[in-house]
Design a protein around this ligand. Structure first.
Ligand SMILES: [Fe+2]
Length: 307
């Protein structure tokens, strides 16, 4: 069995299409989807339709799917999530809501487990040390390779008591998750951990493209191959600018563009900047209203720290 493992598509159908084509060329016969299908790029309806019609897929829900039910509001901060929720059919939303948070199954003598967030398996080990907010310039001043990232994870986890405590309680098997948007994999004892990175918005400093991971299982043993399908980031950005999302959520979209171009987290650094800006001008309205949101963005472009 050859699985293509795909996570964090975030509405980026052009990236998903390329990954599926590449995976099929590589001989993938089944697909694992580890959550976060919408918000950030505007083609979430196409993504959901694609997933719903795939006969050979196992799919878990992500955290972004929680934001499909936001109440109406005048704020700009959550305009994109509200727009996504309003733009999806009731049937698609019900399908997403019904997705399981965790799947456990067996394949050719190997136990597999999948959730969106690695917390369920290894506690905070990954998020606390390799969450995207921890991947700043001081740690990785330039582009790195997935091999370097996996090696660094191994080193950090090797020294983490918390990680080893969780590891000691895990049954042998393969553990699949997404959420950090960092592509890595590592074997510890009888456990293999795989995060395929984010198909739709890689934030792991490993360069633009659509990451995913192939897992081949045969007669109880397995191999892993990390792949990243390249495509044109400026073409993607121009396509987003032609959609309704860009009209409804220009600032959010522009911050996403900077993340795509840098392959680094920016939103987590943008939000505190807007908070500081709002406090400076004495605006206590939360979530942020359009005037402060727009002005805070312009201020961020000039004065923001962009690790
Ligand atoms: Fe995500």
């Amino acid at each position: 069995m050859k699985y293509a493992i795909i996570a964090d598509i975030h509405g980026n159908m052009p990236a998903l299409k390329l990954v599926l084509e590449d995976a099929r060329k590589q001989g993938a016969d089944a697909f694992l989807f580890a959550g976060d299908y919408c918000v950030s790029a505007p083609w979430f309806n196409e993504v959901i339709t694609c997933l719903r019609t795939m006969p050979d897929a196992r799919i878990v829900r992500g955290n972004e799917e929680r934001y499909l039910h936001l109440p109406d509001g005048e704020d700009a901060q959550f305009a994109i999530s509200r727009w996504v929720g309003h733009s999806m059919s009731a049937e698609d939303i019900a399908w997403v809501d019904a997705l399981p948070e965790r799947l456990d199954w067996e394949c050719e003598g190997v136990e597999l487990h999948m959730t969106h967030n690695s917390n369920a398996f290894i506690g905070g080990a990954e998020m606390q040390t390799f969450g995207t907010g921890k991947m700043g310039l001081e740690r990785y001043p330039g582009k790195i390779t997935t091999e370097k990232l996996s090696a660094d994870m191994r080193e950090v986890f090797d020294q983490s008591e918390d990680f080893h405590q969780h590891l000691s309680e895990l049954p042998a098997g393969i553990y699949v998750f997404g959420h950090t948007h960092c592509q890595w994999h590592a074997q510890f004892g009888d456990c293999l951990f795989i995060n395929p990175g984010s198909c739709g918005m890689a934030l792991d400093c490993c360069g633009f493209g659509a990451p995913y991971t192939l897992l081949t299982i045969q007669n109880g043993s397995y191999t892993v191959e990390e792949r990243r399908v390249s495509y044109d980031v400026e073409e993607l950005i121009e396509a987003v600018k032609q959609t309704e999302q860009y009209q409804v959520a220009r600032v959010w979209s522009e911050v996403i563009f900077t993340e795509w171009r840098a392959c680094r987290e920016r939103m987590l650094f943008f939000l505190p900047h807007v908070e500081a800006y709002a406090q400076k001008i004495g605006d206590l309205r939360r979530p942020f209203m359009p005037d402060t949101w727009e002005a805070g963005f312009e201020d961020w472009l000039v004065n923001g720290q962009k690790p």
